[in-house]
Design a protein around this ligand. Structure first.
Ligand SMILES: Nc1ncnc2c1ncn2[C@@H]1O[C@H](COP(=O)(O)OP(=O)(O)O)[C@@H](O)[C@H]1O
Ligand SMILES: [Mg+2]
Length: 292
């Protein structure tokens, strides 16, 4: 436990850090319009790809309604981010060590609501997470589905957002709705599309073309197609065994496609906002504007 004075010192210290002093950390949120399209499986296995490619990666389980990274890994986290905020638990104690050296931060429910309520809570969260961010090369956030407040906050607090859809018409329509909301909240975010559970490259390309066309015509943003994952029976099998498919079958189609996507992401240029994730996430910009 920290005393009040030391907590205040932390807050002031973090607030003094300038953009130059903050190491650029790449933040990738994984989101979707529709639920059940593969966000958690992609987030976890993509984070493992990055880890295998030598990047120190933090996976944040930010789906505050249906957190299930722990279930995919068969682990039982003792604390969540909500405990770090509410019960003064040290953020390092909340971290869970995953396979391949991956670090996992279970967000727990209620975090977004907490932050919205109280500036002191927001500051505490900002301090705790800015500290964490300094030790990572990459942060992958598994967010919830849809366009609810919490999801949009997490997604629009990231520099890069991967929107996942399947070829189903309902998933495509909902993906477009999510892109619309996220781009209106964070015009600078780079948006990528990942088509999951496609039968073929042709089918995935067709989905990509459809969504990109509507985005280009109606929204002031662009969407880059990142790649696709085939429907692969190894995925549900590995879910049942609570072992990520990348580790259970590194050569199965889902793993090889995802590894290509990870390599591609690492080759793409990144525009860092120079702000900490949590500065973005907490809507500090929004608050500053309100105060001005
Ligand atoms: N590429 C795939 N091939 C086959 N099944 C998949 C694939 N991706 C996801 N699934 C299945 O879809 C279900 C939902 O995946 P999940 O990652 O939990 O989605 P979300 O996090 O979007 O709700 C899981 O049961 C998983 O086995
Ligand atoms: Mg999920």
């Amino acid at each position: 436990m920290k005393d009040q004075a030391s907590k205040l010192r932390d807050i002031h210290r973090i607030k003094r850090l300038t953009a130059e002093q903050l190491r650029p950390v790449r933040r990738l949120a994984v989101t979707s319009g529709k639920g059940g399209v593969g966000k958690s499986n992609v987030s976890l296995n993509l984070a493992l790809c990055f880890q295998k490619l030598g990047r120190r990666t933090l996976l944040v389980d930010a789906d505050t309604n249906l957190a299930n990274i722990d279930i995919l890994l068969g682990i039982n986290p003792e604390f969540t981010l909500a405990d770090a905020i509410l019960k003064d638990q040290f953020i390092m104690d909340v971290l869970v060590q995953g396979p391949e050296g991956l670090r996992i931060l279970p967000a727990g429910s209620g975090v977004v609501e907490l932050v919205g309520l109280d500036e002191m809570v927001a500051d505490r969260l900002s301090v705790a997470l800015s500290e964490l961010e300094r030790h990572q090369d990459l942060i992958v956030l598994d967010t919830g589905a849809g366009i609810s407040e919490g999801v949009v906050e997490f997604a629009s607090g990231s520099d890069e957002v991967i929107i996942i859809t399947t070829p189903e018409p309902t998933a495509i329509t909902d993906a477009y709705a999510a892109i619309k909301v996220i781009s209106s909240r964070n015009a600078a975010a780079k948006l990528y599309l990942l088509v999951n559970q496609a039968k073929s490259k042709e089918e995935a390309d067709e989905v990509g073309r459809k969504i990109s066309l509507v985005v280009e015509n109606y929204l002031a943003t662009t969407l880059e197609t990142l790649g696709w994952l085939p429907s692969d029976p190894h995925v549900p099998q590995s879910v049942a065994r609570q072992t990520p498919f990348l580790l259970a079958c590194p050569r199965c189609p889902a793993s090889t496609h995802l590894m290509m996507i990870a390599r591609r992401l690492l080759r793409l240029p990144v525009q860092f906002t120079g702000r900490t994730f949590f500065h973005n996430f907490l809507g500090a910009g929004k608050r500053e504007k309100e105060l001005a």
